[in-house]
Design a protein around this ligand. Sequence first.
Ligand code: PLP
Length: 350
Amino acid sequence: MANNGTAPRTIDLRSDTLTKPTDAMRRAMAEAEVGDDVYGEDPTVNRLEETAARLMGKEAGLYVTSGTMGNLVSALSWCNRGDELVCGVDAHLLVNEMGAIATFGGVQMRALPNDHRGLMDPDDVELIVPPGGYFPRMALLTIENTNNRGNGAAYTVEQMRPLADVARANGMNVHMDGARIFNASVALGVPPSELASVADSVTFCLSKGLSAPVGSVVTGSSEFVARARRMRKMVGGGLRQAGVLAAAGLVALDTMVDRLADDHANAKRLAEGLARIPGFQVDPDTIETNIVYAELDDGDGPGTSARLKERGVLGNGRFNWVRFVPHYGITAEDIDEALDAIESTVKAGV
Ligand SMILES: *Cc1c(COP(=O)(O)O)cnc(C)c1O
């Protein structure tokens, strides 16, 4: 991020969704071969869906506009009205997706406690299995990997397997909200297909750390994806010459995965620095990927982020925390500069 020496700089750490398409993406978008994707005739979308399916070790893929749409069409495909979806109490699809699944699917969202990494306890799932006739059918269990509110925790197969097992033993399908599954894959050093293998369906985002401008992909069996395709059309997500967007997604998968390690290193660097600044509570050992939630001694997330903004550092301040998410375009020097600005904000005692 160039600094011309005079203009006040802003180091924007609100989200990895702020990443802009790379030059290679823009070129690929301009040159993309396209067709009508509702007819299944957009070669670039088809290539993206096949690539995504292969990376996740699934039969098929479906390009959708957003992670929210991916989770929605997945839930609509697995659940009937009146069914229950089980997730952690901090799950993004429960808390941050406008109640879409309940609204459009008539699906009851059953939130279970989760630990500080966002992980549910399989025993808690077992405990709510309906003993008789007048309970909703438990249709779907969801696992979020990495876990956003859990400081970007990356779950191993071993950590997820017991949850998937108890779900399947009780007739449920398993959906992975893998918005940042590539962050998990890079952090754990395992292919995404290995992590995806515990789930029947997996959604991941191209528009976060991978820096594509738009889009997510839902993957699963051919039969599941055929259902999800109908649901996507139903919610208005049938796009036409979507290859101009999908082209950027292909470049993202090709060129932007390995560099996520830089974001993880920067998040760790930021957490280590924050841990030394009075008023911010962060345990750097808990930072596994690119998300850092700092809990505030004064409990004032919005106020703190407003004060940091005056010194050129943007974070998402809500409730009693501020969240920082290093991403493409943010360097280690930017992190050091952000830490200096945060420290001087605190010293100023404002
Ligand atoms: C961002 C995010 C989503 C939703 O993605 P959008 O593309 O913003 O709709 C879903 N799940 C998790 C965990 C996320 O972080």
